[in-house]
Design a protein around this ligand. Structure first.
Ligand SMILES: Cc1cc2nc3c(=O)[nH]c(=O)nc-3n(C[C@H](O)[C@H](O)[C@H](O)COP(=O)(O)OP(=O)(O)OC[C@H]3O[C@@H](n4cnc5c(N)ncnc54)[C@H](O)[C@@H]3O)c2cc1C
Length: 264
């Protein structure tokens, strides 16, 4: 047994003070990752600071092609947002593929990207969209935010408040889900921006989510599935685990990329 003190923050300032005053505090949003981590004793924080009642972390706004999603917005809210669907339906599709209804109604976009699970879906979307991660201290480009397995650029006590991006001309997401957890064994998010393309891969990299330069170059010369036919996806740097080999994942990257482009 170990004891943890629970605190309900009602504002960002409140949350920042609470974490600063805690010996070893942790924020909790949807609890869909953190609570099971606590149950398994993989984390034993002295204090839990609940962000769910901080109203400034809620809400979705779409202004023209500019999208801003509060960190406390649930996966279900993104999946069902007609405002996001009007400019970037791929993101609604991706959110609707996360876990099961319980996970989607509790889990938040802020919690998902702060956690940066190597098989999570949102990191691929943030990287593929070239999003900006907004915190209570600064703005961080997605390219600089995801730094490794379960690692991000967040500093001690830093709170993600929102994510923002400009909707691309076209975007698509395809994932090969683990049949038990629905996490991505490989997921690929593609976006066409002007004459260029961004391709972000989750579930496959041994260092977490990454962009694939070869697929991006091929799509820049023609944004269609056939443009990817000649691209070789190397196995180096890919995960090999009980679910599948690196070679299998390399194949999945290409197949999922083609499907994502077709969906876009
Ligand atoms: C059965 C199951 C299936 C799942 N399947 C999928 C899936 O298919 N795809 C997928 O992507 N995910 C999946 N998940 C994970 C799910 O999406 C979680 O919701 C998500 O990873 C964490 O979000 P959360 O809001 O629950 O965060 P929490 O569990 O509350 O927190 C996670 C971490 O983020 C930190 N944190 C939370 N909010 C903030 C913030 N605003 N600023 C800074 N740090 C913060 C916490 O301190 C903690 O370290 C699954 C989870 C379960 C239980």
């Amino acid at each position: 047994m170990y004891s943890t003190s629970y605190h309900r923050a009602s504002s960002l300032e409140d949350a920042a003070k609470m974490i600063a005053g805690a010996e070893d505090g942790k924020f909790v949003s949807g609890g869909q990752t953190l609570i099971s981590t606590l149950k398994q004793r993989l984390a034993q924080p002295s204090d839990l600071i609940d962000l769910r009642h901080v109203s400034s972390l809620k809400g979705i706004s779409v202004d023209g092609r500019s999208v801003r999603i509060g960190a406390g917005v649930t996966h279900a809210e993104v999946a069902s947002s007609t405002a996001i669907a009007a400019v970037c339906p791929a993101l609604c599709h991706l959110a609707g593929l996360i876990g099961d209804p319980h996970v989607r109604h509790m889990g938040t976009i802020g919690g998902s990207i702060a956690n940066n699970d190597p098989a999570a879906d949102y990191p691929a979307a943030m990287l593929g969209l070239g999003a900006t991660i907004i915190t209570d201290r600064r703005e961080i480009a997605a390219d600089d935010f995801f730094t490794g397995l379960f690692e991000t650029a967040l500093e001690e006590g830093e709170i993600i408040t929102a994510v923002a991006f400009t909707a691309p001309d076209k975007a698509g997401y395809a994932k090969f889900p683990n049949p038990a957890s629905r996490y991505a064994m490989t997921g690929v998010f593609v976006a066409q921006v002007g004459s260029g393309a961004r391709v972000a891969v989750t579930g496959a990299g041994s260092d977490g989510v990454f962009r694939h330069g070869g697929l991006e170059a091929a799509l820049a010369s023609g944004f269609n599935p056939d443009a990817l036919a000649g691209v070789t996806v190397e196995t180096s740097g890919l995960m090999e685990d009980m679910h599948c080999s690196a070679a299998y994942r390399a194949n999945l990257i290409k197949v999922m990329a083609k499907r994502a482009v077709a969906a876009a």
